[in-house]
Design a protein around this ligand. Structure first.
Ligand code: AMP
Length: 378
């Protein structure tokens, strides 16, 4: 990654691999700041493509498309972890790329990610790597039951995961996943889940957003509450661990670290090499939001102020709500301190993230209460 012409200033073109909602919010932030944006995504109806100056409709491994991006953009980033590391390397021959291929290659594969965390002394749930059916017996002995079998690659939002209570169930799940490499994880009795979104610059400067407390439903983030309802000491530990993860990865850009809280201790669950759903509260509740921060880190600008301006509860809006004529937006929009964000997706499918809303209130419990009320009213 070359840093010779930093910072990259407004007027320049920034590129992004992936055109989903995260890419869309990056595109909006970048265009607000006066950058041009080029999106690479094969989908003609890509939410980010519609907001971009240029939408290149091609596969992420398409050499001509990568060349086009590399020639037009001063810098390129990604909105999803499954971007082929080889494409990042190819792009890096033409322009600045962040995050780097090395960091993405570690975190896009659950087996590599878990091993890297353990090797670097970060606490995780008990786990064992599974590459064949013969590994399952010993793996279950290592993790105990119940356990979760998770595919190493391309799992997200609870997909590619199965709850395991017996060796037979483990075998059946492994076969159902096509025998691909997996991680078996001990099922942790969660007290809470929290996450930290941060940005790290080329110089190692780190800016951390406030710790979010996250509630999941069916493996998908449902609600984030900020500030998280944990002790100051746990909050501090989460921030320090997140920063240490970024430092050890030599990471440049915005990333998220998700944690389990069990027995009063933190365990790292996952690292995301991009802005994160649990950081959407920053859009309305912080001086700088995570997407502006992504632009700043990519452009080599000083990182923005991450201060929390108001307690907030963020609620995801999934495609499940598009029955009986769609969500009741009128019930939501009547509230002056609720901020609605919709991603412009055409087809609403169960489990598909269609948008979110942030509820701001000086009293965090009141924010959560209204958020829950609205979640039902929609
Ligand atoms: P993941 O996609 O691995 O982040 O899992 C999605 C969600 O499933 C997590 O945020 C947790 O709520 C739950 N989960 C995943 N792994 C475990 C585990 N080992 N023990 C308990 N709950 C888990």
């Amino acid at each position: 990654m070359s840093s010779k012409s930093l910072p990259i200033l407004p007027g320049a073109t920034l590129g992004i691999l992936g055109g989903g909602q995260l890419g869309r919010m990056f595109t909006i932030a970048a265009r607000t700041m006066g950058y041009k944006v080029m999106v690479l995504d094969p989908d003609a109806a890509s939410p980010a493509g519609r907001m971009a100056d240029v939408h290149v409709r091609a596969d992420y491994t398409d050499h001509a498309a990568l060349k086009q991006l590399g020639a037009a953009c001063a810098a390129v980033t990604t909105e999803f972890e499954n971007v082929p590391a080889a494409s990042l390397i190819e792009l890096a021959n033409h322009c600045r790329v962040s995050p780097g291929a090395d960091a993405v290659a570690i975190v896009q594969d659950r087996s590599h990610e878990k091993s890297w965390l353990a090797d670097n002394g970060f606490a995780t749930a008990p786990f064992a790597l599974v590459s064949s059916e013969a590994d399952l017996d010993a793996a279950l002995a290592a993790t105990g039951i119940p356990a979760l079998l998770k595919v190493s690659r391309f799992g997200y939002d609870g997909k590619g995961q199965a709850r395991i209570n017996t060796l037979d169930e483990a075998r059946a799940a492994f076969r159902e996943f096509g025998g691909q490499p997996c991680v078996l994880e001990g099922f942790v009795k969660l007290e809470r889940e929290v996450s930290v979104v941060l940005a790290r610059s080329d110089t190692g400067e780190c800016a951390l957003f406030p710790v979010a407390e996250n509630r999941h439903e069916n493996g998908i983030l449902d609600v984030s509450i900020v500030p998280a309802r944990v002790t100051d000491s746990l909050m501090q530990q989460a921030r320090e661990m997140a920063r240490a993860v970024a430092d050890k990865l030599g990471y440049v850009g915005v990333m998220a670290v998700e944690f389990f809280v069990a027995g009063g201790q933190l365990m790292v669950n996952e690292i995301a090499p991009r802005p994160h759903n649990s950081g959407h509260f920053t859009l309305d509740a912080c001086v700088t939001d995570q997407f502006e921060q992504q632009v700043r880190a990519l452009a080599g600008l000083p990182l923005g102020d991450t201060r929390l301006l108001s307690p907030v509860a963020m609620v995801n809006i999934l495609g499940d709500r598009w029955h009986d004529g769609g969500p009741h937006w009128d019930a939501l929009l009547v509230h002056p301190a609720i901020k609605l964000h919709l991603y412009g997706k055409e087809a609403a499918r169960p489990g598909r993230k269609m948008g979110h809303f942030n509820v701001l209130d000086a009293d965090p419990e009141a924010a959560l209460q209204l958020a829950e009320q609205m979640r039902h009213a929609l």
